[in-house]
Ligand binder design. Structure first.
Ligand SMILES: *[C@@H]1O[C@H](CO)[C@@H](O)[C@H](O)[C@H]1NC(C)=O
Ligand SMILES: *[C@@H]1O[C@H](CO)[C@@H](O)[C@H](O)[C@H]1NC(C)=O
Ligand SMILES: *[C@@H]1O[C@H](CO)[C@@H](O)[C@H](O)[C@H]1NC(C)=O
Ligand SMILES: *[C@@H]1O[C@H](CO)[C@@H](O)[C@H](O)[C@H]1NC(C)=O
Ligand SMILES: *[C@@H]1O[C@H](CO)[C@@H](O)[C@H](O)[C@H]1NC(C)=O
Ligand SMILES: *[C@@H]1O[C@H](CO)[C@@H](O)[C@H](O)[C@H]1NC(C)=O
Ligand SMILES: *[C@@H]1O[C@H](CO)[C@@H](O)[C@H](O)[C@H]1NC(C)=O
Ligand SMILES: *[C@@H]1O[C@H](CO)[C@@H](O)[C@H](O)[C@H]1NC(C)=O
Ligand SMILES: *[C@@H]1O[C@H](CO)[C@@H](O)[C@H](O)[C@H]1NC(C)=O
Ligand SMILES: *[C@@H]1O[C@H](CO)[C@@H](O)[C@H](O)[C@H]1NC(C)=O
Ligand SMILES: *[C@@H]1O[C@H](CO)[C@@H](O)[C@H](O)[C@H]1NC(C)=O
Ligand SMILES: *[C@@H]1O[C@H](CO)[C@@H](O)[C@H](O)[C@H]1NC(C)=O
Length: 792
């Protein structure tokens, strides 16, 4: 008893074990009365509601001698996401300490030297705000950098006049321009206007009052950050469901960021997986690395040099890249040969004489088959044996937008004889394999095609985004909304002609939520999407409560007009021609149908994968697939879904009787993913093959609840093995087993995969395009059902 009493003070005097020390403490402020703050202590400074923490953050926790930065990070989010560091590039070891002197000076000392210091008044203390702002007296991390600037902006932080620098120091963002190597600007904010700040709801405000909205705009409960990553892209992230999700980015095409690849090198990328650098033919990686390439053989004689054509390649960092406006290809080549510093040239076969010489250097090259149809001609020595593998310019155009297709008109209703239009397909196939001559033939046709495009005014496109029209301009263009050409769930469509003679389709939107700025931001996103198979958005008007979009006019009208003959005005088209009953449409042959399917698939894949995951169409149906010259398919109404609420979309589609295209998950409360578009596409694909509406059969509306078109088609094609039974009666006679079986089989099988009831079973749109192309094997599909609906 007395012994234990004696021992008690002794026990109390024993210092706490190191483990207790390591868990030291949460503090809410750090001042001169606190002992020096050591990295090994594990002490953290928490913001009042514990959203952020500050302290020594080990860089490589498992390394033998840990290095630390004094940083601010999100408390409780793993992996650790640092938003600011005092010494990002000047780490300290375990011997470092942070102290505040009674006089109000803050020192980060290491190895006897001061690494970072801040001055304030006596009694100042270090504290951390709930917004992540570290404060010491008048100093705050939001407005002043540490030793070097940070790479992250947080909500409520003032961005005006503050610069972000990527961790690797290569890229910077000065609240307006993204810059490589201090001088090379590769992105400028919309409207060339400074970013001021970002709010909790995901809106970035700009100096001119415009704003940029995140994909999840409106949600105030998520954490957000705007970060300039080491790849040079500026991205806005939201933290939800345990991970950071990108909700906005400055550069959808990473390869257009300057400096990712070095001299002579070409940047290639595949969306999600980032980018890589390759050397063009005739070049090899130079020894010193840095993604640079050098010529294998120097050009000995310029007059005898060869040029290799690199499709879809653009070098944007040359000296004085002026468009020389030449008469033809040979002129451009001659100009390049005449200039001693010319390394190659870019030429466009669009009849405009676009010709840009690459002088002295080949810099910031990228390959982008998305929409531009330009080619780079690279000078190599005559002895060079490499051949170009940057090809595809011709096949992209030929497979979805062929030139000069002629189709027969349907026979009289009673007649059953149909011309065998397979001849046309064969002609095309022959053309494709006719070797060298083909390229020049293609050029001639292509020029013709582009000339047609030109008359539609494609060349007059403003380079810097959509044009803002006034209501008066729109009224003048449409002569006071005189010529309606369609009506749809999103609004009425009128034909018009702009003052520059461009023919346009003017869509007046109904029930659009959000203010001016939101609308503008949305339209900017839509207008950024360029693809051969997407209807171009040329401008918009937001005035006096009006919300109007100005699109390119697509002359042939919508796909449903061609597909469903018996359908007597089931639904009016959206941007097509007036539905004149007497208007006799030619019949689409199998080759054209296949191209339409492929073009549409590629465009949706582009929306889903090359833009951002969240650009869903949500209303794929034949009415929204317009047919341009030579039946080049063009998707309309993309991006508009974002202007709508989900409930609106569901009810809207009911009203319009297009329920047949909505994926089952729309009816449930599930989240809508890109797979909903895949389902709709599957339905359209099946209709392209069968020539009937999925909720109609041979002209009569199916009323039975159990009838499910995909299920029926599946049984016919894969159980009864009578694929002919589901083919369009109108051109069934043109169906030749030998020629078309593979084509039609691919379309039907792909449709079946797209129509799987569970979203996760459906392939991605990129995969769908590949399945149609025949570049991936298609497994036997399962029978599509609608059981999923009855699950709960
Ligand atoms: C630090 O604060 C967090 C959040 O309030 C709490 O969960 C944790 O237990 C605290 N740690 C210590 C050692 O007090
Ligand atoms: C803080 O003040 C001292 C003298 O008062 C000065 O020498 C020092 O440069 C100041 N440090 C900073 C970071 O302003
Ligand atoms: C903490 O405070 C910030 C800023 O006031 C707020 O955005 C955040 O939602 C709060 N977090 C929690 C967990 O309360
Ligand atoms: C942004 O900073 C500049 C320079 O300090 C200043 O002239 C301008 O008024 C600021 N803009 C806003 C909106 O604060
Ligand atoms: C930080 O250090 C890295 C590696 O030494 C260097 O490449 C980079 O330029 C530095 N960053 C800054 C902002 O100084
Ligand atoms: C961005 O670049 C433009 C063009 O060089 C320049 O006029 C502007 O001042 C830059 N913006 C900032 C914030 O430096
Ligand atoms: C960066 O710019 C300097 C001159 O301003 C130049 O010497 C250097 O080669 C450039 N670096 C790269 C990677 O382009
Ligand atoms: C990214 O790479 C993974 C693995 O290499 C591959 O499975 C995936 O298809 C790629 N994604 C894209 C969009 O190419
Ligand atoms: C090449 O890229 C630059 C910059 O992105 C662009 O201005 C130019 O129009 C492109 N050239 C062609 C032929 O597409
Ligand atoms: C750029 O090239 C054009 C045509 O060769 C020439 O007229 C112009 O002077 C050049 N500009 C510069 C700045 O070198
Ligand atoms: C061309 O070949 C190089 C080297 O084999 C390869 O890395 C590159 O991806 C190829 N380019 C294309 C467009 O396929
Ligand atoms: C299409 O081809 C036909 C016959 O080859 C020709 O008569 C017609 O002019 C061509 N049309 C266009 C737009 O090139």
């Amino acid at each position: 008893m007395s012994l234990s009493l004696l021992l008690l003070p002794l026990l109390l005097a024993i210092p706490p074990p190191p483990s207790a020390l390591a868990q030291a403490a949460n503090i809410s402020s750090f001042s001169s009365s606190d002992p020096p703050w050591l990295p090994g202590q594990g002490q953290i400074l928490l913001s009042p509601n514990a959203t952020f923490a500050a302290g020594f953050q080990p860089l490589h926790p498992n390394a033998s001698s840990a290095q630390y930065t004094f940083s601010v990070w999100y408390y409780g989010i793993s992996p650790v996401t640092v938003v600011w560091s005092a010494n990002p590039n000047s780490t300290v070891d375990a011997s470092a300490s942070l102290v505040v002197t009674p006089g109000g000076q803050l020192f980060l000392n290491s190895s006897g030297a001061v690494r970072w210091a801040r001055n304030a008044t006596a009694a100042a203390a270090l504290s951390l705000g709930d917004n992540g702002n570290l404060m010491f007296g008048a100093w705050e991390s939001f407005s002043s950098p540490g030793i070097s600037p940070g790479d992250t902006f947080l909500p409520s932080q003032n961005m005006n006049e503050t610069t972000l620098v990527s961790k690797n120091g290569r890229f910077s963002f000065d609240s307006e321009n993204l810059t490589f190597n201090g001088t090379e600007i590769y992105w400028t904010s919309p409207g060339k206007n400074k970013f001021l700040n970002m709010d909790d709801s995901g809106k970035i405000s700009q100096e001119n009052g415009q704003s940029i909205l995140s994909a999840d705009f409106g949600d105030k409960s998520v954490l957000r950050r705007l970060t300039l990553a080491d790849d040079g892209n500026l991205r806005l992230f939201s933290y939800s469901q345990g991970e950071w999700t990108m909700v906005w980015q400055a550069m959808p095409e990473l390869c257009q960021i300057h400096g990712l690849c070095g001299r002579n090198s070409i940047c290639m990328g595949d969306g999600a997986n980032g980018t890589y650098c390759v050397c063009p033919p005739g070049f090899r990686s130079s020894v010193d690395g840095n993604y640079e390439c050098e010529r294998k053989v120097p050009v000995a004689s310029r007059q005898k040099a060869k040029f290799l054509r690199l499709d879809f390649v653009n070098f944007t960092g040359g000296l004085n890249q002026t468009n020389l406006q030449v008469a033809n290809f040979s002129d451009c080549r001659a100009k390049c040969l005449a200039d001693q510093t010319c390394e190659g040239f870019m030429f466009n076969y669009d009849g405009t004489g676009f010709c840009v010489l690459q002088l002295e250097r080949l810099l910031y090259g990228y390959w982008s088959p998305g929409a531009t149809a330009n080619a780079m001609f690279l000078m190599v020595d005559q002895s060079e044996t490499d051949t170009t593998n940057f090809t595809g310019l011709t096949s992209v155009l030929e497979t979805t937008c062929p030139v000069n297709v002629t189709l027969p008109f349907p026979p009289d209703e009673s007649s059953t004889t149909t011309r065998n239009i397979a001849i046309i397909c064969t002609l095309f196939a022959a053309e494709l394999i006719s070797g060298m001559a083909f390229f020049w033939a293609f050029l001639k046709k292509y020029i013709k095609y582009r000339n047609m495009a030109q008359t539609l005014g494609l060349e007059l496109l403003p380079a810097g985004g959509p044009k803002r029209f006034t209501l008066a301009e729109i009224k003048a263009a449409t002569k006071g909304f005189l010529d309606p050409i369609g009506r749809g769930g999103f609004g009425d469509v009128y034909k018009g002609e702009l003052s520059d003679k461009r023919v346009v389709a003017v869509k007046c939107l109904k029930n659009v939520a959000g203010g001016d700025a939101e609308f503008w931001a949305e339209v900017t996103i839509i207008a950024r999407m360029h693809h051969l198979n997407l209807v171009r958005l040329w401008g918009f008007c937001a005035e006096k409560g009006q919300r109007i979009l100005v699109y390119e006019y697509v002359p042939n009208g919508s796909l449903d007009k061609f597909l469903f003959r018996s359908s007597r005005a089931t639904d009016q088209s959206e941007t097509g021609e007036a539905a004149a009953a007497t208007d006799q449409k030619p019949m689409l042959d199998w080759g054209v149908r296949y191209r339409i399917a492929l073009g549409v698939a590629r465009a949706i894949a582009y929306l889903h994968e090359e833009c951002l995951e969240w650009v869903l169409h949500c209303d794929i149906k034949p009415e929204n697939i317009l047919l341009g010259d030579d039946f080049c398919p063009k998707i309309s109404d993309f991006g508009l879904a974002k202007l709508r609420k989900k409930e609106d979309m569901v009810s809207m589609s009911r009203i319009r009787g297009t329920r047949g295209y909505m994926a089952p998950e729309w009816v449930k409360t599930d989240q809508i993913t890109p797979k909903a578009d895949v389902y709709s596409f599957g339905m359209v694909l099946l209709e392209i093959v069968s020539g009937v509406r999925n909720f109609e059969m041979q002209g009569s509306r199916i009323e039975s609840e159990d009838w499910y078109f995909p299920g029926w088609a599946f049984d016919k094609a894969f159980k009864e093995m009578k694929v002919e039974d589901i083919l369009d009666r109108q051109i069934k006679h043109a169906y030749d087993d030998k020629i078309h079986f593979k084509l039609v089989d691919r379309m039907v099988k792909t449709a079946m995969w797209c129509l799987q009831d569970r979203p996760e079973l459906r392939p991605s749109m990129g995969k769908v395009a590949k399945m149609l192309e025949g570049t991936v094997e298609i497994m036997e599909p399962r029978k599509p059902t609608i059981f999923y609906l009855g699950d709960e």
